[in-house]
Design a protein around this ligand. Structure first.
Ligand code: PGA
Length: 251
């Protein structure tokens, strides 16, 4: 199955509302609506509503949140819940991003709860998986991403698994200038696709978009996107500049 590519910008802790409005004014002028792809922005929670407002006229652009807390509401100072994300207009939530796992110590068990809450709130979870350099060198890449996938989908009903998104982001490639080769990305996406098929069947698994992320830039975006099994891109650093980003979304 050939899926409509999803090109997603993870702004991480960059771009406040003022910067975001200026970015989008410039970017939207250069990037007219494209029917053959979906764009996603993941701004910070504080910047979310500025982005929503700026893309109001663009149904081809989705806005998502970078994280949600593992409870739906309550006394959790400083956190954001998926119910708030839904109320604010989010359609998708990144879960288990490498920085959540490796900077903030997020566990597989937390990703289980978060994916379940996100899908109960009828948002799409975009579950991120990826191995560290040490795991890669130990030959454990497939085992690690399968373990992370299994945890992420543990409490999802099959129809929710079929409508989620995955992002393969090798930890050693994020923000380092090193990318997986298109062949490596295809191999690991294949591992994920087979694991999905074991759970929901081959036909449904073929419809789950699997994005690649990790040092994607305007020089390598088209090649990575053309690789078999790569259904989209999740881009950090190169999504922060409107000119670089508009050239990537036209890849
Ligand atoms: P990068 O980040 O493109 O800066 O490597 C990707 C990501 O963390 O999603």
């Amino acid at each position: 199955m050939h899926l409509k590519p999803i090109i997603a910008a993870n702004w991480k802790m960059n771009h406040g509302p003022t910067d975001a409005r200026a970015f989008l004014q410039r970017f939207l002028a250069q990037a007219p609506r494209q029917h053959d792809r979906t764009l996603v922005f993941f701004p910070s929670a504080l910047t979310f509503s500025a982005v929503m407002e700026s893309v109001r006229e663009r149904p081809d652009i989705w806005v998502g949140v970078q994280n949600v807390y593992s409870e739906a509401q309550g006394a959790y100072t400083g956190e954001n819940s998926v119910l708030m994300a839904r109320d604010a207009g989010a359609r998708v939530a990144l879960i288990g991003h490498s920085e959540r796992r490796h900077v903030f110590g997020e566990t597989d068990a937390a990703t289980t709860k978060k994916c379940a809450l996100v899908s109960q709130a009828r948002l799409v979870p975009m579950l991120c998986v990826g191995e560290t350099l040490a795991e890669r060198e130990a030959g454990a890449t497939a085992a690690v991403v399968e373990r992370q996938l299994t945890a992420g989908i543990a409490e999802l009903e099959d129809p929710s698994v079929a409508t989620m998104m995955l992002a393969y982001e090798p930890v050693w490639a994020i923000g380092t200038g090193r990318t997986a080769t298109p062949d490596d990305a295809s191999d690991i996406h294949g591992v994920l696709r087979r694991a999905l098929a074991a759970r929901i069947g081959e036909k449904a698994a073929a419809g789950v978009p699997i994005l690649y992320g990790g040092s994607v830039n305007r020089g390598n975006a088209a090649t990575l996107l053309a690789a078999p099994e790569v259904d989209g891109l999740l881009v950090g650093g190169a999504s922060l500049d409107p000119d670089a980003w508009s050239s990537i979304v036209r890849s």
